[in-house]
Design a protein around this ligand. Structure first.
Ligand code: FE2
Length: 265
Protein backbone atom coordinates (compact mmCIF):
# COMPACT_ATOMS: atom_id res chain seq x y z
CA UNK A 1 0.00 0.00 0.00
CA UNK A 2 1.48 3.32 -1.10
CA UNK A 3 1.93 5.90 1.64
CA UNK A 4 -0.10 8.95 2.47
CA UNK A 5 2.07 11.42 4.38
CA UNK A 6 1.12 11.29 8.05
CA UNK A 7 1.59 13.87 10.79
CA UNK A 8 1.06 13.40 14.52
CA UNK A 9 -0.27 16.66 15.97
CA UNK A 10 -2.81 16.41 18.73
CA UNK A 11 -3.24 20.10 19.51
CA UNK A 12 -3.82 23.18 17.47
CA UNK A 13 -0.53 24.82 18.50
CA UNK A 14 1.47 21.98 16.91
CA UNK A 15 -0.54 22.43 13.73
CA UNK A 16 0.12 26.16 13.72
CA UNK A 17 3.87 25.65 14.25
CA UNK A 18 4.01 23.12 11.41
CA UNK A 19 1.52 24.79 9.12
CA UNK A 20 4.00 25.27 6.28
CA UNK A 21 4.83 21.54 6.26
CA UNK A 22 1.13 20.77 5.97
CA UNK A 23 0.68 23.30 3.18
CA UNK A 24 3.69 22.04 1.20
CA UNK A 25 2.44 18.44 1.50
CA UNK A 26 -1.00 19.58 0.33
CA UNK A 27 0.59 21.18 -2.74
CA UNK A 28 2.82 18.22 -3.49
CA UNK A 29 0.62 15.22 -2.67
CA UNK A 30 -2.94 16.59 -2.67
CA UNK A 31 -3.74 14.59 0.47
CA UNK A 32 -2.33 14.11 3.99
CA UNK A 33 -3.44 12.77 7.35
CA UNK A 34 -3.09 14.19 10.84
CA UNK A 35 -3.27 10.97 12.83
CA UNK A 36 -4.47 10.35 16.40
CA UNK A 37 -5.52 13.99 16.50
CA UNK A 38 -9.07 13.68 17.88
CA UNK A 39 -9.65 17.32 17.00
CA UNK A 40 -12.75 19.00 18.38
CA UNK A 41 -15.20 20.54 15.94
CA UNK A 42 -13.84 23.98 16.82
CA UNK A 43 -10.21 23.01 16.18
CA UNK A 44 -11.05 21.18 12.96
CA UNK A 45 -12.88 24.25 11.74
CA UNK A 46 -9.95 26.54 12.63
CA UNK A 47 -7.45 24.31 10.80
CA UNK A 48 -9.71 24.02 7.75
CA UNK A 49 -10.29 27.78 7.67
CA UNK A 50 -6.57 28.53 7.98
CA UNK A 51 -5.64 26.26 5.07
CA UNK A 52 -8.61 27.46 3.00
CA UNK A 53 -7.52 31.06 3.52
CA UNK A 54 -3.95 30.23 2.54
CA UNK A 55 -5.11 28.77 -0.79
CA UNK A 56 -7.69 31.48 -1.51
CA UNK A 57 -10.92 29.72 -0.58
CA UNK A 58 -13.27 31.91 1.41
CA UNK A 59 -16.29 29.80 2.21
CA UNK A 60 -16.63 26.78 4.48
CA UNK A 61 -19.58 24.50 5.05
CA UNK A 62 -19.98 21.60 7.48
CA UNK A 63 -21.70 18.27 7.00
CA UNK A 64 -21.78 15.35 9.40
CA UNK A 65 -22.09 11.71 8.59
CA UNK A 66 -24.92 11.65 6.07
CA UNK A 67 -23.01 10.41 3.00
CA UNK A 68 -22.76 6.81 4.05
CA UNK A 69 -26.42 6.54 5.01
CA UNK A 70 -27.42 7.82 1.59
CA UNK A 71 -24.96 5.56 -0.21
CA UNK A 72 -26.04 2.45 1.71
CA UNK A 73 -29.64 3.21 0.75
CA UNK A 74 -28.54 3.55 -2.87
CA UNK A 75 -26.15 0.63 -3.36
CA UNK A 76 -26.60 -1.59 -0.29
CA UNK A 77 -23.81 -2.98 1.88
CA UNK A 78 -20.51 -3.87 0.19
CA UNK A 79 -17.59 -5.97 1.41
CA UNK A 80 -14.28 -4.41 2.42
CA UNK A 81 -12.81 -5.48 -0.94
CA UNK A 82 -15.53 -3.84 -3.05
CA UNK A 83 -15.76 -0.20 -4.04
CA UNK A 84 -18.73 1.22 -2.14
CA UNK A 85 -18.64 4.87 -3.23
CA UNK A 86 -17.31 4.95 -6.80
CA UNK A 87 -14.12 6.73 -7.79
CA UNK A 88 -14.96 10.37 -8.49
CA UNK A 89 -13.71 13.93 -8.68
CA UNK A 90 -15.91 15.87 -6.27
CA UNK A 91 -18.90 17.35 -8.12
CA UNK A 92 -16.67 17.83 -11.16
CA UNK A 93 -19.46 19.28 -13.27
CA UNK A 94 -20.48 21.95 -10.75
CA UNK A 95 -19.74 25.64 -11.32
CA UNK A 96 -18.93 26.02 -7.63
CA UNK A 97 -17.38 22.68 -6.65
CA UNK A 98 -15.88 21.88 -3.29
CA UNK A 99 -12.15 22.58 -3.63
CA UNK A 100 -10.75 21.29 -0.34
CA UNK A 101 -12.02 19.27 2.61
CA UNK A 102 -11.12 17.99 6.04
CA UNK A 103 -12.56 14.60 7.00
CA UNK A 104 -12.28 13.85 10.70
CA UNK A 105 -13.11 10.25 11.66
CA UNK A 106 -14.87 10.66 14.99
CA UNK A 107 -16.21 7.09 15.27
CA UNK A 108 -14.77 3.96 13.66
CA UNK A 109 -15.72 0.58 15.03
CA UNK A 110 -15.45 -1.70 12.01
CA UNK A 111 -12.59 -4.10 11.44
CA UNK A 112 -9.31 -2.34 10.56
CA UNK A 113 -8.92 -2.38 6.78
CA UNK A 114 -12.65 -1.93 6.21
CA UNK A 115 -13.99 1.30 4.77
CA UNK A 116 -10.63 2.26 3.27
CA UNK A 117 -10.54 5.46 1.23
CA UNK A 118 -8.65 5.41 -2.09
CA UNK A 119 -6.91 8.37 -3.73
CA UNK A 120 -5.52 9.05 -7.21
CA UNK A 121 -3.81 12.33 -8.00
CA UNK A 122 -5.29 13.54 -11.27
CA UNK A 123 -1.79 14.56 -12.42
CA UNK A 124 -0.74 10.89 -12.24
CA UNK A 125 -3.35 10.02 -14.84
CA UNK A 126 -1.50 11.98 -17.50
CA UNK A 127 1.29 9.47 -17.91
CA UNK A 128 -1.31 6.78 -18.59
CA UNK A 129 -3.26 8.66 -21.28
CA UNK A 130 -2.02 8.58 -24.90
CA UNK A 131 -0.86 11.95 -26.23
CA UNK A 132 -3.48 11.97 -28.98
CA UNK A 133 -6.21 11.61 -26.35
CA UNK A 134 -4.81 14.55 -24.37
CA UNK A 135 -4.57 16.70 -27.50
CA UNK A 136 -8.19 15.90 -28.30
CA UNK A 137 -9.33 16.69 -24.73
CA UNK A 138 -7.68 20.10 -24.93
CA UNK A 139 -10.33 21.07 -27.50
CA UNK A 140 -13.38 19.63 -25.76
CA UNK A 141 -16.29 21.34 -24.06
CA UNK A 142 -18.29 18.75 -22.18
CA UNK A 143 -21.60 18.69 -20.34
CA UNK A 144 -23.18 16.98 -17.36
CA UNK A 145 -26.41 17.92 -15.57
CA UNK A 146 -26.95 20.76 -18.07
CA UNK A 147 -23.66 22.39 -17.10
CA UNK A 148 -20.82 22.90 -19.54
CA UNK A 149 -17.11 22.98 -18.77
CA UNK A 150 -13.78 22.40 -20.50
CA UNK A 151 -12.32 18.89 -20.28
CA UNK A 152 -8.97 20.38 -19.26
CA UNK A 153 -8.77 23.47 -17.05
CA UNK A 154 -6.10 25.70 -15.54
CA UNK A 155 -5.70 25.16 -11.80
CA UNK A 156 -4.36 28.42 -10.40
CA UNK A 157 -3.10 26.87 -7.15
CA UNK A 158 -0.74 24.56 -9.05
CA UNK A 159 -0.27 26.89 -12.03
CA UNK A 160 -0.91 24.11 -14.52
CA UNK A 161 -3.71 22.45 -16.45
CA UNK A 162 -5.53 19.50 -14.94
CA UNK A 163 -8.12 17.05 -16.26
CA UNK A 164 -11.73 17.83 -15.41
CA UNK A 165 -13.29 14.74 -16.98
CA UNK A 166 -15.62 12.63 -14.84
CA UNK A 167 -14.02 9.20 -14.41
CA UNK A 168 -17.31 7.31 -14.73
CA UNK A 169 -18.31 6.03 -18.16
CA UNK A 170 -20.98 7.96 -20.02
CA UNK A 171 -21.29 10.67 -17.38
CA UNK A 172 -20.07 13.53 -19.61
CA UNK A 173 -21.18 14.35 -23.15
CA UNK A 174 -19.10 16.18 -25.74
CA UNK A 175 -21.03 19.31 -26.75
CA UNK A 176 -18.32 21.31 -28.57
CA UNK A 177 -15.07 20.39 -30.30
CA UNK A 178 -12.86 23.35 -31.23
CA UNK A 179 -15.87 25.53 -30.34
CA UNK A 180 -18.04 23.87 -32.99
CA UNK A 181 -20.83 21.31 -32.83
CA UNK A 182 -19.04 17.94 -32.74
CA UNK A 183 -19.43 15.24 -35.37
CA UNK A 184 -20.67 11.79 -34.38
CA UNK A 185 -17.12 10.48 -34.73
CA UNK A 186 -15.85 13.13 -32.33
CA UNK A 187 -18.63 12.32 -29.81
CA UNK A 188 -17.73 8.62 -30.04
CA UNK A 189 -14.01 9.40 -29.69
CA UNK A 190 -14.66 11.39 -26.52
CA UNK A 191 -16.68 8.45 -25.12
CA UNK A 192 -13.77 6.14 -25.98
CA UNK A 193 -11.36 8.40 -24.06
CA UNK A 194 -13.68 8.59 -21.05
CA UNK A 195 -13.90 4.79 -21.03
CA UNK A 196 -10.10 4.63 -21.14
CA UNK A 197 -9.83 7.00 -18.17
CA UNK A 198 -12.37 4.87 -16.28
CA UNK A 199 -10.39 1.70 -16.93
CA UNK A 200 -7.13 3.33 -15.83
CA UNK A 201 -8.64 4.66 -12.60
CA UNK A 202 -10.30 1.39 -11.63
CA UNK A 203 -7.48 -0.95 -12.58
CA UNK A 204 -4.11 0.73 -12.08
CA UNK A 205 -3.01 0.02 -8.49
CA UNK A 206 0.32 1.80 -9.06
CA UNK A 207 -1.39 5.21 -9.11
CA UNK A 208 -3.77 4.47 -6.21
CA UNK A 209 -3.08 5.28 -2.56
CA UNK A 210 -5.22 3.86 0.23
CA UNK A 211 -5.92 5.02 3.76
CA UNK A 212 -6.86 2.60 6.56
CA UNK A 213 -8.87 4.60 9.04
CA UNK A 214 -8.85 4.67 12.81
CA UNK A 215 -10.81 6.94 15.11
CA UNK A 216 -9.04 10.28 15.52
CA UNK A 217 -7.60 10.43 11.99
CA UNK A 218 -8.14 13.66 10.08
CA UNK A 219 -7.54 13.63 6.32
CA UNK A 220 -7.03 16.92 4.49
CA UNK A 221 -7.66 16.63 0.76
CA UNK A 222 -7.47 18.77 -2.37
CA UNK A 223 -10.82 17.79 -3.88
CA UNK A 224 -10.10 19.62 -7.12
CA UNK A 225 -7.23 17.31 -7.84
CA UNK A 226 -7.74 14.04 -5.97
CA UNK A 227 -9.98 11.35 -7.44
CA UNK A 228 -11.22 9.29 -4.51
CA UNK A 229 -13.45 6.35 -3.57
CA UNK A 230 -14.52 4.37 -0.51
CA UNK A 231 -14.52 0.63 0.00
CA UNK A 232 -17.20 -1.20 1.98
CA UNK A 233 -17.09 -3.50 4.99
CA UNK A 234 -19.13 -1.35 7.39
CA UNK A 235 -22.67 -0.31 8.08
CA UNK A 236 -23.89 3.21 8.74
CA UNK A 237 -23.37 2.99 12.52
CA UNK A 238 -19.71 1.96 12.33
CA UNK A 239 -17.99 4.76 10.49
CA UNK A 240 -18.83 8.41 11.14
CA UNK A 241 -16.85 11.46 10.19
CA UNK A 242 -17.19 15.18 10.50
CA UNK A 243 -16.53 17.00 7.25
CA UNK A 244 -15.80 20.59 6.33
CA UNK A 245 -15.86 21.64 2.70
CA UNK A 246 -14.11 24.77 1.35
CA UNK A 247 -15.30 26.63 -1.76
CA UNK A 248 -14.24 29.60 -3.86
CA UNK A 249 -17.74 31.08 -3.82
CA UNK A 250 -20.39 31.21 -1.14
CA UNK A 251 -22.23 27.87 -1.12
CA UNK A 252 -25.26 29.47 0.56
CA UNK A 253 -25.97 31.05 -2.82
CA UNK A 254 -26.44 27.54 -4.11
CA UNK A 255 -29.11 24.97 -3.34
CA UNK A 256 -29.20 21.18 -3.29
CA UNK A 257 -30.25 19.34 -6.40
CA UNK A 258 -31.52 15.79 -6.62
CA UNK A 259 -28.04 14.36 -6.10
CA UNK A 260 -27.49 16.32 -2.92
CA UNK A 261 -25.09 18.67 -4.70
CA UNK A 262 -25.34 22.39 -4.38
CA UNK A 263 -26.41 24.24 -7.49
CA UNK A 264 -26.58 27.96 -8.20
CA UNK A 265 -29.98 29.40 -7.30
FE1 FE2 B 1 -16.27 12.61 -2.53
Amino acid sequence: MDCIKTFYYSDINSVTENFDKIFQTYLQDGVLCIKDSFFSEKDQKSITEALAKKIGLNYISQHDYEDHHRSIERVGLKSKDEVFINWHLEHVYSNNPQMMASWNMVHFTCEKGSGNTGFIKVDDLYSTIPTEYLEFLNNCNIEQNQKTRTAVAYYDLLKKNILRVDVNKGSDTLVEYQKMIPTKDQIDYFALIQNHIHEVVYSTPSIQKWWEWQTGDMIIIDLHRMIHCVKGGFDSSQRKFRRFWAYKNNPSEYEYNFFGNREQK
